[in-house]
Structures are given as C-alpha cells and as structure tokens.
Design a protein around this ligand. Sequence first.
Ligand code: ADP
Ligand code: MG
Length: 569
Amino acid sequence: MRQANDLRNELRRIDRRGYGAYKDLKGAYGFPDYVLHIDRVQSDPFAPPSEARVVVEQARARLPRELFSTKSRRTGLEDYLTRAFGAACGRVRKGRRGSGKSGLIEMLPCGQEILERTSVEVSERVVEARFFIGLPAFGRTIAGAEAERMLLDEVPEIVGQSLFYGSLDGHAARCHVEMADDADFLRACLREQGLVTFVADGAVLPRESGVSDRPLGDTAVPFASPPSLRVNFDLPNRGGVAGMAIPQGITLIVGGGYHGKSTLLDAISLGVYNHIPGDGRELAVTCADAAKIRAEDGRSISEVDISPFISNLPFGQDTSAFTTPNASGSTSQAANIIEALEAGSRLLLIDEDTSATNFMIRDKRMQELVAKDKEPITPLIDTVRLLEQDLGVSTILVMGGSGDYFDVADRVIMLDSYHVTDVTPEAKRIAGAYASQRREESAKRFTDLRPRMPVAASFDPYRGRTVKIRPRGTRGIDFGTEHIDLSALEQLVDPAQSRAIGWLIHHAAQYIFDGETTLTQGLDRLNELLDARGLLAAVPGKSGDYARPRRWEIAGAINRLRTLRCAAG
Ligand code: ADP
Ligand code: MG
C-alpha cells in the first residue's frame, strides 16, 4: 500500500496541473494510525466534493466494547462520532482556499435525532469514517500545497481529535450512547405493556421557533404528567423515570388555542426517533410504527382502497382503487391513513390544524341537510372505533373544536397553559348530559382492504439516458423527470433520509417489485436487506451522506410518485 509520503510526493507532482490530474489520487494510503482512502474524486472544484474515508483499527481507536455492544448502543456511538468528527472539521479546517468547494472538509451534518447513518461505522475490528473533501484549485489549476496541508495536516488532526477514545469526551460519549439505549428500551416496554407513547416529567417539548428544531429556552414549561396517567419505568442506564403513558385506544387532546396541543402531538410523532442529550425530548418516546396523518390536497393517489372512508363519489368513481392526480383534502387524508396502515402503522396521530374538517366530523344539522347518500365521506368520528376493532389501530387526536368526539374517546386529556390534565371523567359526564344528537354513520369495515402491487415500470429514474435522483432537502426528491413532493411527511426529519429514499425506491423497483409483490411485502423485504446488510447495500457508492428512513417515509415517497401504477391483488 502507498504511504502518506507517497501521497505528499503525488501532490507535489500534480501541483499546478489541470484539475483532472487529481484523479490519480484515488486509492489507499497508510498513515501511522489509520488508512486514508480516496474513493471518488470530483471532476472540478465546483462539483460535489470528493469522497474520502479513514479506517482506524480498534487496537488504536480503543472504543470501549460496551459502547457498541448492542444495536441501540452502536447506533448511538456512531451518531456521536459523526458529530464529533463534524465538530472537529469545523475547528480544524482552514476553510475556503481557492475556487468552488476548495478547502472544504466535512462530514454529514446532524440534527436533533440519533439516526442510523452511513457516515461512521463501528465494528469489533475497525472504526470507519466517511467524509467529504473539496480538493483545492485556483481556477481549475491544482493547488498542490493547499491540498497537502488539507490531507496531511488537517485531516490527520481531525481524525486524531474525533476517532480515538483517548481524545474524546468519554462522559459525553457515554451519555449519548446510554440515551439511545434507554430510549430504545423504553420503546420496547411500551409495546409489551399495551402503551403507545410516553412523555417523561420534565421533558421540554416546545422548539425554539418554527424554523429551529432546538429546544425553547427559559420560557419553556417543562412537561408534567397528570397523576392518573403517570407511570414509572426503570431504565437500564438512567434508572427510574416517571411520566405520562398513553395506553392503546382512542385518545383525545383538547384545550384552548395556543395552549400547547400541537406541540405535544408533534413531540409524540417525533418520539419514533431517539433524540440527543439536551434536546428536551430524549424521553418522549413513541412506538416505532406511529404515523402522523394530515390532509394534503393536490397530491396524487394511485389505486388506494379508501372505501371505508369514502364511497358513492359523483359519477360512480371507484373508491376501492381510488386514483386521482389531484386529491381533495378529505380524499388525501383518507389515502394517507390507508397507506400508513398498508405500511404497518398501528398508531395514527391526527391534528385538527392539518385535517380536512369534513373528514373529521359531520354534525346533526349537516346530517339533516345533506342526506347520507349524498355525502361520500364517513367522518373519522364514525370510523376511528372500527380502525381499532378491525385492525387494533390506536389513534391520538388533537381536537379542540368538537365535543362529539367525547363519545368515542377512551380518554381525554386537556392542555391548559401547557399543563396537562386528565379530564376523562368530566368529558364522559358531559357526553352523558348533552347527547350529541348526531346519528352514527355506518362504514365499510377495514378487514379486507385491497392490497396493491406496485408496477416497477412506473418508477422511471431516467432523465435522458442517465439516472437522476436528487434530494431537495426534506421537501422532496427529483426522480427522473418527476418531482416527488415529500413536504407533507412530517416524520421525515433529515435531508440524508430523503437522499436515501430516492435510491431505495429505485432499488425496490429494480429488485423487489416484480408485479406480484405487494407494497407491504416490498417494504418488508427492503427493511430485511437494510437490517442485514446496512444502508450501503441499496444506495450507490460508499458515500457517507445517507441516513436510514423509516418504512412509512419510504412508502410515502412511493405513494407520491405521480407516475405510480399498481396492480390490485
Ligand atoms: P395549540 O395547538 O394548542 O394551538 P401550540 O402547540 O401550537 O398550541 O403552541 C402554541 C405556542 O406555545 C407555540 O409557540 C409553542 O412553541 C408554545 N408552547 C407549546 N408548549 C409550550 C411549553 N410547554 N412551554 C412554553 N411554550 C410552549
Ligand atoms: Mg394546534
């Protein structure tokens, strides 16, 4: 193998040559404490940066075994090291030194969630870190001396500060790992005990602002459970923790406007992920299969069986294989629920703020005026119980606007100036004293929803003769000549997840959807592959900028592909 000195000589040789000569750098170089791989070299200083990777033997990195002894812990440690490496890049790199991305050294940026990423991988034998380098140039002329400083001074310094246990903040690393471990433990307990979500006393749920995911500062009112819903857990690392546990069933969150209802529901919906220490939502944990549901008018729908919610459309349109390029509020919300169930969700989270009113409720007077046979929609108030009876699906619903829901709720919690109280007895008393007068409407059951089999040919990632799959933050993906709008997927939290989704659905179309595989089975197969072989098995290259998405967001992208066609089973 070539050594660090060979890299130095090579850089001196190509100094001041045309940018293309950087291609010669591809390959592996032995450094005293690690091996540096230059895997992909950018074609010019303005192109996406080059990909590099360092591999450190555990004999040198000396990461304590117990920090990666389980899946949860390993993910926590890898997340921590990604952040440590990224922070070291910020401290050490000199920054811009020439044209375009010259001088850049960076690792995948991270938000508040602890995610499975391709940036750092820890095994028994090695630690591998994948990062990006903007190989420097003036114009298109190689800046060899600058490159030498980057690859032979700055990168070794960054690696030294972030991948060796001796130079890490051991306490912080341990907290991070234990946080992930405790949260996963708690999530497993929920399932065993028939609970769907837990929010610890003291949790800080509100965020700094509408555009920042960091915790609100001093003015935040810490969460406190109502006594009737308080449960204690004994966590493996932190020990005892108390907080509000919501059981399976139908839960209503009520309260005046601006009293914190949506904030609580949002924290519950992001509780499918683990959060970093200091986030405030570390111990707001929700079962992994929760799906946030909203209305999304304008989306396309392809052959979804929305018949339990909607039937008798004008002109006899079929709602057991409902297709439209332009859904209404109610049809989109119905499709979003059916698709979440198809992907395996057993907990629906619905906020009145983002729901279609006619999907949620129809009152007595409206029932009188518009006869049932003129109204295609059976509102959620009449279907939410069937979801539970037929499929064991629980629902948590923010609903400040209609007390008719008291009749169907198992429990009602109220937010009052950010404090939660359990008002179930009061709500039930009121429901008894003032009959809602509305007639219950009957709906088709959820027991025989039509499975769908995506047709692989309807996924076309080509633009001209090249595959073009490009993420647009968390808002969407350009896929071939199509744009997939993901902005309504509120549980898609990281641009690195969208980047992965684009390639995962391409992978599924190439290798999984054969016309006989249902969407549900396809998602299972994809997840089995990711569990067994990791994300890099299904995305191109060995790049460090992917994060693992949940199956609901993968399905969400497939379902929003406007060219999607399905064969019904
Ligand atoms: P609602 O859905 O009941 O109308 P929101 O959840 O949107 O209310 O919250 C309204 C405002 O209060 C938001 O700006 C939110 O950040 C803030 N907020 C929510 N919960 C808390 C809390 N526990 N402490 C301080 N501010 C909060
Ligand atoms: Mg709200």
